[in-house]
Design a protein around this ligand. Structure first.
Ligand SMILES: N[C@@H](CCC(=O)N[C@@H](CS)C(=O)NCC(=O)O)C(=O)O
Length: 215
């Protein structure tokens, strides 16, 4: 059985776990906290980041790399579209979550409201959170609103693009922030649909109790 290494609060760990769940693959979770990681962990993930992945004597790091590997090992159901343009678009939305959404949702909202106060004795900097929610987040959501045509971010099939985006929106939800349906109606409906999938819902149900009452 493969092992996913990393804490469940990480959107990047969540990507890998959702991909495995969608494919019905059983795995172990080793909840490595990416703070002062061991030398052994750095042999698998040289930048000290989670997730890492162990499959027998094979090891990998980086959520995008791990998801791509999982797709090859367990091809069904496919999480990467076969059409070349849809494939590239799905990778783009994965990247948009990994590189753009995370910068605002992660350190400026989720960390400020939940992780800092709970685990690092840091007081929430309300000015940082307010600026993130009211100035930095809206253009990110407006772009997504312009891209959504249905239940999935690309075509008519759930894909790695939905995994990358949905994984970030879970952290936003853990921080008590919802997508305003009056302002971004298509996005609000889309996010609700993606996060209601059994693969995401099981993780949200597992993760939520540890954050209840922390924000
Ligand atoms: N590109 C990486 C990003 C992983 C990442 O940034 N993980 C965070 C946790 S959410 C981490 O391990 N941070 C610790 C650090 O940067 O030292 C991926 O997709 O896996």
């Amino acid at each position: 059985m493969p092992t996913v290494l990393g804490i469940n609060a990480s959107p990047f760990v969540r990507k890998v776990r959702v991909a495995l769940a969608e494919k019905g693959v059983q795995y172990d979770l080793d909840p490595v906290i990416p703070v002062k990681v061991s030398d052994d962990f750095k042999k698998i993930s040289p930048m000290g980041k989670v997730p890492a992945y162990r499959d027998g004597d094979k090891t990998l790091c980086d959520s995008s790399v791990i998801c791509a590997y999982i797709e090859k090992v367990y091809p069904n159901p496919a999480l990467y579209p076969s059409d070349p343009y849809d494939y590239a678009r799905a990778l783009w939305f994965e990247e948009y979550g990994d590189a753009a959404l995370v910068q605002v949702f992660g350190p400026k909202i989720f960390f400020q409201r939940v992780i800092g106060p709970a685990f690092f004795q840091q007081k929430t900097d309300e000015a940082v959170v307010d600026k993130a929610i009211n100035e930095e987040m809206p253009p990110l959501l407006t772009y997504l609103e312009s891209q959504i045509g249905g239940d999935f971010i690309v075509g008519k099939q759930f894909s790695i693009g939905d995994i990358g985006l949905g994984s970030q929106f879970v952290n936003l939800q853990h921080a008590g922030v919802q997508v305003d349906a009056a302002r971004w109606p298509k996005l609000a409906k889309y996010v609700a649909g993606i996060l209601a999938r059994p693969s995401f819902k099981a993780l949200i149900d597992e993760e939520s109790p540890q954050f209840a009452g922390l924000r």
